[in-house]
Design a protein around this ligand. Structure first.
Ligand SMILES: Cc1cc2nc3c(=O)[nH]c(=O)nc-3n(C[C@H](O)[C@H](O)[C@H](O)COP(=O)(O)OP(=O)(O)OC[C@H]3O[C@@H](n4cnc5c(N)ncnc54)[C@H](O)[C@@H]3O)c2cc1C
Length: 389
């Protein structure tokens, strides 16, 4: 099918990737994003081989090479002694999966998607449009935005994230589940960090019910920090808040000085705390001519690092489904049939990992992490550019 009109709600990584894939398949695409200025939070993203293949399928292979850092070596360390519990040799993904593992800055990936979309259609992205209502019929979709403006399309994709209005409108209200964990994400300027604190480049400290990970972005210009700890509840307004560095230092005060010295270097405006939520799987993502993609369909905890990756895979498969179909109904069916079981399995895997990674005993955590890596690698074989649709 060619030249159908598609409305995509949400201009995050999932929404923009879907827009690019659908433009390339010959559809007329409009993205409606609630914020006035499009952007992404400053944090790192692991582009596992399956994500890399989705990015290749989206035609952004050169961008990936330009913006990605490949980890040279890594270690899992004891939180207090700093002893190396497991050495992670140089990544062998290129040999095993045909594509290396990369780390990218989310903002760089988001900007690359945006550039590619604008090159194909400068009018595609509409900001300042917050979805409030959806009418999904058998022959098309009408979207209603804050302020009363409406848009119609042959079909629509809800890519509006974990707090999706589209999901609530199509399937009724179901609240996201708090997983019992919070994560701090911070970026430290690489030139402020003594060399010995970032050797080896990829490092995870495992401590009782806490994890602290660091890896370089933009070839070391930034050091990405992800720290996770347990919390009984999430009581903040919104799901991410600016956090003082002292809070992170306090939570990880019993960690090795190499770790705490790095945390202390985080600039005050570069640290955020996130409540980690997920969603129960939906039996279907389709209502009439509207469908869900990315976190709105299948938000998962980040313990397999696959949330955004699944959104990229969704987008590449959706573009192929549209190219292969003769009408929007067939495209939606092909996409959901190809994707539903895979993301439901990835969500279950991520939930299961949460319980194992946060044991009291670091040795037990290390075993769980090693087992987990083996299991998570089963996800890496998938090629969104080639799976049957
Ligand atoms: C702490 C943490 C660490 C993570 N680490 C990783 C990782 O290492 N690897 C990984 O793959 N994933 C990771 N994730 C998950 C990843 O961030 C998400 O899965 C991914 O961002 C989902 O993309 P999305 O486009 O579906 O949703 P989002 O990125 O949430 O984008 C949704 C977009 O929709 C817009 N929007 C929302 N409501 C409306 C509305 N009503 N109208 C119009 N627009 C709207 C929003 O403004 C936003 O731009 C992590 C998540 C967290 C919280």
């Amino acid at each position: 099918m060619k030249n159908t009109s598609v409305a995509i709600v949400g201009g995050g990584i999932g929404g923009l990737a879907a827009a690019l894939a659908l433009l390339r398949s010959g559809q007329r695409v409009r993205v409606f994003e609630q914020v006035a200025t499009l952007g992404e939070v400053g944090a790192g993203l692991s582009i596992t081989p399956n994500a890399g293949k989705a990015i290749l399928a989206l035609g952004l292979g050169d961008d990936l090479l330009r913006m990605g850092s490949t980890p040279t070596s890594g270690a899992i360390r004891h939180y207090a002694s700093g002893d190396t519990l497991v050495s992670l040799p140089q990544d062998r993904s290129a040999e095993r999966y045909g594509i290396a593992l990369y780390h990218v800055h989310r903002a760089d990936l988001h900007a690359a998607l945006q550039r590619a979309i604008v090159a194909l259609d400068p009018q595609c992205i509409h900001t300042g449009r917050a979805l409030e209502g959806v009418e999904a019929r058998a022959d098309g979709v009408t979207l209603r935005f804050r302020g009363g403006e409406c848009a119609t399309a042959d079909w629509a994709v809800g890519a509006d994230g974990i707090h999706s209005v589209m999901r609530a409108e199509l399937f009724g209200i179901d609240r996201p589940n708090f997983t019992g964990y919070v994560a701090w994400r911070g970026l430290v300027p690489g030139d402020s960090v003594p060399k010995d604190l970032v050797e080896p480049p990829l490092c995870m400290y495992v401590g009782p019910r806490r994890l602290l990970m660091r890896y370089p972005l933009r070839r070391g210009a930034l050091i990405n920090i992800v720290a996770v700890a347990r919390r009984e509840a999430w009581t903040e307004e919104g799901w991410s808040v600016a956090a003082p560095v002292s809070e992170l230092e306090q939570e990880f005060a019993d960690f090795h000085s190499d770790a705490t010295r790095l945390l202390a270097l985080t600039p005050a405006d570069r640290l955020f705390r996130w409540g980690l939520f997920d969603r129960d799987p939906l039996p279907t993502w389709t209502r009439g001519r509207a469908i869900l993609l990315g976190d709105s369909a299948h938000a998962m905890p980040p313990f397999t690092g696959q949330g955004a990756v699944m959104a990229l895979e969704d987008a590449a498969v959706l573009g192929r489904a549209a190219a292969a179909a003769s009408d929007p109904d067939e495209a939606l069916q092909r996409y959901e049939r190809a994707r539903h079981a895979r993301v439901t399995a990835a969500l279950a895997m991520s939930r299961a990992r949460a319980k194992l990674y946060f044991a009291e005993d670091p040795q037990q955590q290390v075993r769980a992490l090693a087992d987990g890596m083996t299991e998570v690698r089963t996800l890496y074989d998938y090629d969104a550019g080639n799976v049957p649709i």
